[in-house]
Design a binder for this molecule. Structure first.
Ligand code: ZN
Length: 602
């Protein structure tokens, strides 16, 4: 394995095309200047004018068009920075955007303040008079009790980019400062980076290499644990202070407010999975141990593939065929979007130094979608790409039907369309398998990737995160020692004595940027619960189920998660969908066990 090329060395066709947002830096700068001028004009015209339903609607119209421009500007700055953290110009542009957004946010914070100060009857009236903003007005009514004095809101908005500092600092430590040394096995040196550890070495079938990579990776992380912990503490303390100031009893309630989810839906996801999925996953870990003939099953071994001989290497071109075959069930329009993603370069496949890890899809309102992924050629990448195209498909539909304020679904629901595509990919691969070895490989891909990622990795993060917030709610702080203890505790609780936790397993909290995005980690399992049920419906019913799902996508954020799931015929106010999903995972693991016996008897 070679070390990574610099950004300027990668092939253009493997990069995304940000020119669809802005042709070049000067077009971007011009848009920034225009937005600043627009914001000043907007403030001059509308400040102090929001008195009744009609003026409220008028102000929201003007505010919306300003926000639409800002979304495009912000996406450009962030996306250009995400592909190369060593590109100083892009980093500076992103920081500069943060300051401008804060300034504009402060200048325009009066809109939400004045709207919130209207009597509830007036807001109700406005909601009835405007189909476009009905949902927005209802949200304002819900948040009304937590709104602060207009001058305080203005001040807080002015500090918004400073409030982003912990996240920026986290990324700077992680991507700019930490330099992983090579690791050595039998006298041979292997290069190590965040991307290669998570994309390659963590699932390396060779035990000596895999464990050596884990050891070197963790050793380097440990050198930064105190800085990273302090950064994280700063973030959660700011959230707690905000929650206190606004009058929330708990920081958790504050963070759930925007998701439109109650505590029982949040807690259920974590409690039920910690207890009921754990036995299935321990069985899975034992199976891996048996297949590899390992004396001891360690934390560093959990991401091994069941059968590495069945790991095909997949090119970018081949991935297109996989997407077309697996997502065909979604219909022509959807497939057309998928193919445009390839032909119009919505996807950044390149692997390069300084590129953000993991994968994401950003979809500025009516500005197209941008998918970041570092293509390593594994089957996991195929699932990840299907996943990100699921986000793109969601926004593609919601963008057409919804306005800027409603197009984004609650965080609780955001991972449903993406994991739905993973399920469709799995269904497609399963349908084409007769050979027990291939079949086992497909089933284990679903368990070791889709479910592992969403129901284990992120869920264990969620269980850890809840402990952090409980501590913060009780007036406490966190440091590296406490975070390591909490993380180790969660891992022990889930894996029991089936898995030995290597030195360094407790540091996995350092790897996840989600902790800077509120109560995000648990939503992966929530989304996949919905999509597991939905994928079963599509398998059984075909078109009518697909039609329901497309309607859900188009609804965007115009309904809350429970209502959206309801449109798909799924009741997430009960624990049935979650218990069904856990049973389904248990069933997959049993099938893998049986197939293993069958294969070994051959
Ligand atoms: Zn996602």
């Amino acid at each position: 394995m070679k070390s990574l090329p610099k950004r300027e060395q990668v092939k253009v066709e493997e990069t995304w095309n940000l020119k669809t947002l802005f042709e070049n830096d000067s077009a971007y700068q011009q848009a920034v200047q225009e937005a600043e001028a627009d914001s000043a004009t907007f403030a001059k015209h509308y400040r102090g004018t929001i008195k009744d339903a009609a003026s409220a609607i008028k102000a929201l119209d003007a505010y919306r068009s300003l926000q639409e421009k800002m979304t495009k500007i912000g996406s450009y700055a962030e996306l250009a920075a995400s592909i190369d953290l060593t590109d100083d110009e892009a980093q500076m542009r992103e920081s500069q955007y943060g300051s401008i957004a804060a300034k504009i946010g402060s200048q325009t914070s009066f809109v939400m303040s004045e709207l919130s100060e209207l009597p509830e009857e007036v807001l109700q009236q406005a909601s009835e008079q405007s189909e476009d903003y009905a949902v927005t007005f209802e949200k304002i009514i819900r948040k009304k009790p937590y709104q602060l004095h207009p001058e305080v809101e203005k001040t807080l908005a002015a500090f918004s980019s400073t409030f982003q500092a912990p996240y920026t600092l986290y990324n700077t430590t992680k991507m700019a400062d930490i330099n992983f040394p090579n690791f050595t096995v039998n006298g041979v040196d292997y290069p190590l980076s965040y991307v290669s550890f998570e994309g390659v070495w963590e699932s390396e079938p060779d035990t000596a290499k895999r464990r050596a990579a884990f050891q070197t990776f963790s050793g380097k992380l440990r050198e930064y644990q105190h800085t990273t912990a302090k950064t994280y503490d700063m973030h959660v303390q700011m959230e707690k202070t905000t929650a206190d100031l606004r009058g929330y009893k708990s920081v958790i309630d504050y963070l759930l407010m925007d998701q439109d989810v109650d505590r029982s839906m949040y807690n259920r996801q974590i409690d039920v999975i910690m207890e009921e999925l754990a036995p299935h996953m321990r069985k899975y870990a034992k199976l891996l141990q048996k297949i590899y003939g390992l004396e001891e099953m360690t934390f560093a071994d959990l991401k091994m593939p069941i059968d590495p001989l069945y790991e095909p290497s997949i090119t970018v071109e081949e991935s297109k065929t996989y997407m077309n075959d697996a997502l065909a069930v979604m219909g022509e329009d959807y497939l057309d979007m998928v193919n445009r993603a390839f032909s119009e370069r919505w996807i950044d496949f390149a692997q390069n130094e300084g590129k953000s890890t993991g994968a994401f899809c950003a979809s500025p309102y009516r500005g197209g979608s941008f998918i970041l992924i570092s293509w390593t050629g594994s089957m996991e990448d195929v699932f990840v790409l299907a996943h990100e195209l699921g986000h793109a498909g969601h926004f593609y539909h919601a963008n057409q039907e919804q306005n800027l304020f409603n197009y984004e679904a609650s965080l609780y629901f955001i991972e449903a369309p993406s994991t739905m595509n993973e399920m469709l990919m799995a269904n497609h691969l399963l349908k084409n398998s007769e050979d027990p070895k291939f079949k086992r490989w497909v089933l284990s891909s679903i368990v070791s990737r889709t479910y592992y990622h969403n129901f284990v990795t992120h869920l264990l993060e969620a269980a850890f995160q809840r402990k952090v917030y409980e501590r913060v709610d009780a007036g406490g702080n966190v440091n590296a020692i406490i975070l390591n203890e909490l993380k180790r505790g969660v891992l022990e609780e889930f894996w029991g004595d089936t898995v030995t936790l290597n030195e360094g397993a407790e540091l996995t909290w350092m790897r996840q940027p989600h902790y800077y995005m509120g109560l995000y980690p648990y939503t992966y399992s929530a989304g996949l619960t919905v999509s597991t049920e939905m994928a079963q419906r599509v398998l059984k019913e075909g078109d009518p189920a697909v039609k329901d799902w497309l309607n859900v996508l188009s609804a965007g954020g115009s309904k809350n998660p429970a209502e959206l799931a309801n449109m798909a015929g799924i009741d997430i106010t009960t624990d049935k969908p979650l218990r069904d999903t856990i049973a389904y995972i248990g069933d997959l693991i049993e099938q893998i066990e049986k197939l293993t016996e069958e294969i070994e008897a051959q």
